[in-house]
Design a binder for this molecule. Structure first.
Ligand code: SMG
Ligand code: MG
Length: 377
């Protein structure tokens, strides 16, 4: 079947406040400036969400740059591709000449995929090969002011039903808080940490002190481009090393595994350029017997629904960072925000992303709208 023709792409920026500040080793976030991508085709429309942050601190991408690269470099290529008749699986191919900018590419691919699957009445979960109807829900806990406050926050999340806790760490906030959480909640609590690249090769001896806590994993201790450092660290600590920022593609995952730089992989569609590449990361890891789990980027309801579908693939054997919408938002942009029931989130079954936008709310939080059409270029 001939793919639908792309008519127009709306780039919409919305401003959402976080329910509580989220502090990581690279900074404190209190709100999100989200870029939504809305494609209109002659066969219907679709939405995607760009996970880039306001500032280039998690990775080199940031919202303003994502909007620029979509407008100036990605859309011209998409509109020029076969008379703008683009199947979702061709988006990455059409955009491949543009280096990097994976979060921007992923948002565009998601919108095209949503439109395509909606027109076919198929869900993303079905399309990706999901094998589960619900997935366990973990929560990422930011750095806070004191150990007492941390115990309070973690206790609250456990009461809310989250089945796995991830603590954000940085030099000065690592061994002690981990020890305290372990002591308070017991050995059975599934616990892991995420450093967002805050340590250096010389910190191996220090990080080995986390071994006694019996963590599931330590995520991205070293810089994004330090695969050899991670491989060396993995031989010096007992905690399994998991990579997040370093894994930018399926090939990067294969390389990291071959080098011994990680034994677990965090999969984020935005970081690898789209949900289709994310599935390939899953496939490569599965072929090597490396477990994967789905990461989070403080998504709205669109990204949350997509992540739940991805996490329903068979190789996602570890609990991901897919929390309830209320973990970050007082009000979400979709009509049925994601909820945690019995420690799990549901895998959407409706066409496309399976979620519908709360349009009047989206309008009320919109800060700018720009529409790009084939003719307007
Ligand atoms: O969406 O639940 C979420 C956030 C999970 O900690 C989380 N994400 O490095 O894994 C990570 C961070 C990246 C986002 S920090 C702005
Ligand atoms: Mg991470």
């Amino acid at each position: 079947m001939e793919p639908a023709q792309l008519r127009a792409v709306e780039l919409r920026r919305i401003a959402l406040d976080l329910v509580t500040p989220f502090r990581t080793s690279f900074g404190t976030q209190t709100d999100r400036d989200v870029l939504l991508v809305h494609v209109t085709t002659d066969d219907g429309d679709g939405w995607g969400e760009c996970v880039a942050g306001d500032d280039p601190l998690y990775s080199s991408e940031y919202t303003e740059a994502a909007q620029h690269v979509i407008r100036a470099h990605l859309l011209p290529r998409l509109f020029a591709h076969r008379g703008a008749r683009v199947a979702a699986h061709e988006v990455a191919v059409a955009l491949d000449p543009v280096k990097g900018h994976r979060m921007a590419k992923a948002a565009l691919e998601c919108a095209v995929l949503d439109a395509e699957l909606r027109s076919q009445g198929r869900s993303v979960a079905e399309h990706l090969g999901a094998v589960r109807e619900r997935v366990p829900s973990g929560v990422s806990v930011g750095i806070v002011g004191s150990i007492a406050e941390l115990i309070d926050v973690v206790g609250g999340y456990l009461d809310a039903g989250y089945v796995r806790i991830k603590l954000k760490i940085e030099p000065g906030w690592d061994v002690e808080p981990v020890r305290a959480v372990r002591a308070e909640f017991g050995d059975a609590l599934p616990l892991q940490v995420d450093a967002n690249a805050a340590y250096r090769r010389g910190d191996a001896r220090h990080l080995a002190q986390l071994d006694e806590a019996g963590l599931l994993l330590i995520e991205q201790p070293l810089p994004e481009d330090d695969l050899l450092g991670h491989a060396e660290l993995a031989t010096r600590i007992a905690t399994p090393v998991c990579l997040d920022e370093s894994i930018t593609s399926a090939r990067a995952a294969a390389d990291a595994i071959a080098l011994g730089a990680c034994s677990i992989v965090n999969v984020k569609a935005g970081r690898v350029g789209g949900y289709l590449e994310a599935r390939r990361v899953h496939d490569v890891c599965a072929a090597h017997g490396v477990p994967v789990w789905c990461g989070g980027m403080l998504e709205t309801g669109i990204g949350r629904a997509m992540n739940a579908a991805l996490a329903a693939l068979p190789g996602f054997t570890l609990t991901g960072d897919i929390s309830a919408s209320t973990r970050f938002w007082t009000r979400d942009i979709v009509t049925e925000p994601m909820q945690v029931v019995d420690g799990h989130v549901p895998v959407p079954t409706g066409p496309g992303t399976g979620v519908e936008l709360d349009e009047s709310f989206v309008d009320s939080v919109t800060t700018s709208t720009e529409t790009v059409t084939a003719a307007a270029r």
